[in-house]
Design a protein around this ligand. Structure first.
Ligand code: GLY
Ligand code: MN
Length: 433
């Protein structure tokens, strides 16, 4: 597939209108002491440039002779012995197609010149103090500049607004990567169902999943893998993954492979002993019904909010049937009483970031979905182990089911459909010898 980035840059430059823009890739983050995390490129930078090294800034100057300018780590023989080959300024101009490229160390001194003539600047302010300092210093003389008949940006817009709009609408290249991520993820969830027998540890399931992500060529997990056995499934973002899986319990796995920085986000909940008990089956089927009802709303033109409303209605009706709640379903929904057992949203945009960018509302209205957007659909039901109002048989059960769905002009396209989901299919995948 041809490099999609030149077309993305053209679109971005066009949409910027008369505004300049600056994007930053982060520095290496420290893990502890002087050890660093492996650098994960900043998503906006990857989207528009493909640049994967740390310490990078991209300046866009629409309408100028040199609209695409990269500031990158200069080549440095001594440093490269430790951290590997750098593309350097030469690579930025050559392979990455920048109109101009400079060492990152020159950013502060060159920025006021590059921004000359632009009244408006897009910048992700408030995210990183060092980046803010560079930008504010470069634009601080806007008033003096005006007095001298020159112009520096004096209006700032958050860069994530426009980039959110662009990144929300996936192109073919992105969809191909998301499909690959979803396929690897489905395979890993099936492997997890097979590995998570009674007596296995949550971390062994995590290792099975993440090992497969890497063996299939993914960059790793797109977010911290959640493996919650038993009551740990009731902790929404449980990531300690250090308990043993007990017979007769459920295990909730929320894990997604990242492929070329695009991530899947899939959750499955399955019986450790291979068969759901009666109460587990009731809760599971209810969540599944809610998920299917929500996915049916993932259609172009339907408001984003409809998926959540559909899930809430099914879940609340089921909560009454399971004696978790008592009362009129409409009233329970208006009073949000379901939140005791379903306390999160039904999904989010998905892409380079697991909680991807893009507005969920236009003004005060829920955004209508459009073909080319990718959403997660992830209802759940969580009954705390110490909830003495709940029927005893249901206490400590936590279930979430999550798929990745491409909105199309027609039916929803479930990218993660290879991952078993019906009770029969999950029990088959979990069959114990
Ligand atoms: N999979 C984690 C989340 O959606 O928050
Ligand atoms: Mn999710």
């Amino acid at each position: 597939m041809p490099d999609p980035r030149p077309a993305r840059r053209d679109r971005y430059l066009q949409r910027l209108g008369g505004a300049a823009s600056i994007l930053f890739g982060g520095p290496h983050a420290t893990r502890n002491s002087d050890s660093e995390y492996r650098y994960r490129p900043q998503s906006d930078v990857v989207y528009l440039t493909g640049w994967e090294d740390p310490e990078v800034a991209v300046v866009f100057r629409p309408g100028s002779e040199h609209p695409y300018v990269l500031f990158v780590q200069a080549k440095d023989k001594e440093q490269e012995v430790w951290t590997g080959r750098r593309e350097g300024v030469e690579g930025a101009r050559g392979r990455y197609g920048a109109d101009l490229a400079f060492p990152y160390s020159e950013l502060g001194s060159r920025l006021p010149v590059l921004l000359q003539g632009y009244e408006r600047l897009h910048h992700a302010y408030g995210e990183h103090p060092d980046h803010d300092r560079i930008v504010f210093k470069a634009t601080a003389n806007a008033r003096t500049a005006l007095r001298n008949g020159l112009c520096l940006p004096w209006k700032m817009e958050h860069s994530r607004v426009l980039l959110g709009e662009l990144r929300l609408q996936k192109d073919e290249h992105e969809l191909e990567l998301l499909r690959r991520a979803a396929a690897i993820t489905a395979e890993a969830h099936i492997a997890a169902m097979q590995a998570g027998k009674p007596g296995a540890y949550e971390y062994e399931v995590e290792a099975t999943i993440e090992g497969l992500f890497r063996r299939r060529g993914g960059t790793g997990a797109g977010y911290t893998t959640i493996v919650g056995g038993g009551v740990n499934a009731c902790v929404l973002h449980y990531v300690n993954n250090r308990d043993v899986l007990a017979p007769g319990t459920l295990c909730l796995v929320d894990a997604g492979a990242e492929v070329e920085w695009y991530t899947a986000d899939v959750t499955r909940t399955w019986p450790v002993s291979g068969r759901f008990s009666g109460p587990q089956r009731d809760v599971y089927q209810l969540v599944l019904d809610a998920q299917i009802a929500a996915i049916a709303c993932a259609r172009a033109g339907r408001p984003w909010r409809e998926m959540h409303d559909a899930a809430v209605r099914v879940l609340t009706t089921g909560m009454v049937e399971l004696n978790l709640l008592d009362g009129d379903v409409d009233e329970l929904i208006v009073e949000e009483r379901y939140r005791k057992y379903y306390m999160h949203g039904t999904g989010h945009w998905l892409g380079l970031d697991v909680h991807d960018v893009g507005a969920y509302h236009i003004g005060l209205s829920s955004r209508p979905l459009a073909a080319g957007q990718v959403v997660t659909v992830e209802p759940g039901l969580y009954i705390a182990p110490d909830d003495h109002d709940a029927p005893e048989a249901l206490r400590g059960i936590g279930v979430r089911i999550e798929d990745d769905v491409l909105v199309t002009e027609g039916d929803p396209d479930v990218l993660s459909r290879a991952c078993p989901k019906t009770i029969a299919d999950v029990e088959t995948a979990c069959a114990r010898a």
